[in-house]
Design a protein around this ligand. Sequence first.
Ligand code: G
Ligand code: G
Ligand code: MN
Length: 570
Amino acid sequence: MSGFYEALINNQSRFEALVKNSSDIIAIIDKQGIIIYESPAFEMILGYNPKDVVGLSGFSFVHPDDLEKAKQKFSEVVNNPEEEVKFELKLKSITEEWLDFELIASNYLEDPNIKGIIINYRDITESKKIKADLYNLAYFDSLTQLPNRKSFGEILITSIEEAQTSSQMLAVAIFDLDGFKFVNESAGDEIGDELLKKIVTRVKATINEGDVLARLSSDEFAILFKDIHNNSEVDELAYKVKDVFKEVFIVEGFELNITASIGISIYPYSGEDKVTLMKNADLAVTLAKRNGKNNFQLYDERLQLNSDKAFFLRNELRKAIINNEFILYYQPRINATTNEIVAAEALIRWQHPHLGLIRPDEFIPIAEETGLIIPLGEWVFKTVCEHKKKWIQSGLTPIKISLNFSVLQLLQKDLIKNIKKAINETQQDPHLIEIEITESLFLEENIIILENLKTLRKMGIHIAIDDFGTGYSSFSSLQKYKVDTIKIDRSFLKEIPKKSEWKEIVKAIIMLAHGLKMNIVAEGVEIEQQLKFLQTLNCHEVQGYYYSKPIDIIQFEELLHHKTIEPKIN
Ligand code: G
Ligand code: G
Ligand code: MN
């Protein structure tokens, strides 16, 4: 046999093996849609024997709702031999389940070896489900099924726009339960949860259909009252909410007396935008609490004056940058099977001369609001580089350091220039630097951000999505932006091992990361059971108090010398 034929046969069997082992289904159909061939994966995924379906119409498997789309896409393929057509469909399995597929169809009608349309399709049922779960998680509270803070904010924004055009008033009432913590501590979390549900049922019954009730945090709720005409109406509504708590709640034999402190802001008098209205309603709650709880308080401008801690911190923050009052803490990221320190997250702290150590949650938002985050971010990056250089010089094995970036930093035009400078001056290996960004950022398809991320990756710097699962990022964006690492938000771990549905979610996220070949880090690991659970899922990298809190550089250097950490026994 000539070499030519040998090569052909080799190729042919190679091709067959490929088709046979592919988890994608490959089909050939004629231009009427009749099935000529289905690859073995067809049976694995949909259950039918490929031989039995030859001669049937491919359309007979398509969900009725998708039929029109399927026909239209199909005729596009038939009429445009050059184009690959991509679309999604539901197809019926042999057990009569509807599965979701992503299809790519190409026209090979003119190819004498094929004479058909080749369709390559892939089962995406599971990833669609995860996507929907994540969406619900991002917008709804799982206990009460109420909208959460994020979705309340979005509803408020739309309602403000509507009120603006129709010259209406709105009222935002925030109510915080008095002593809810005590219920949890004395009667247990489950009773606490039931109580919350009962409160929600009662409150729902007192508000109008168009009004919105949301859960902002564990014992803090908000109501958006629409269609308000004057202040006395607001008073009336506030009394109604307060009266919800007049009668005792009975939960599994416990008689629970609970009250709420209510704060109200009114559009347009107390504020004309979401942030101001929420902030002012919150401020009114604080005052209601201070006034002895179980009452309500309307926002009044005078409240602002003495309780604005942010105003004070804003001024202090400016001075702090000049006076160099910041320090970096490090929290190790550990290989859960070997206890080796594989990386660490740098976390900023503010050492105020009189107020003591201030946590970033208190000052980062202010730094962002005032633009001070830019010099602050530069300081963090430079300091991390200097620390790393020092560690290498003292003979320590270099590890990856991750640092948090705010959106504003990524919006800077000369970000790359500054980073390059810091890297060059300290001779860093860019592969050992990772930038953590939050999910929300991906929703903003901002060209500067995209370019900056792309350049950073080209330089070899890694990108991590921080607090994954708390925002809503689509799966395609995970791939589009070429993220290296996913950090599962610590709120997910908190419920483990108590709540089994949270286990499923964590499992799904880890599988997703594995599938996309991304590095995955579980944050907030506090107890052994959580670590064990993660180990069973092959989540190798963890971060949390179980191993170590964020620590100062002296303690951290000591850890680096040891290279491993023993988890705390609890
Ligand atoms: O360490 P701690 O839990 O207090 O951090 C609280 C929050 O502050 C975290 O969400 C963290 O991402 C953020 N944070 C810590 N250090 C920095 C920093 O250097 N820059 C930015 N933008 N955020 C930081
Ligand atoms: O949002 P970000 O992931 O950057 O937040 C990191 C912060 O999480 C750190 O500042 C740290 O204080 C906090 N943190 C880290 N591990 C744990 C943990 O095990 N439990 C709790 N409650 N917080 C943690
Ligand atoms: Mn982080």
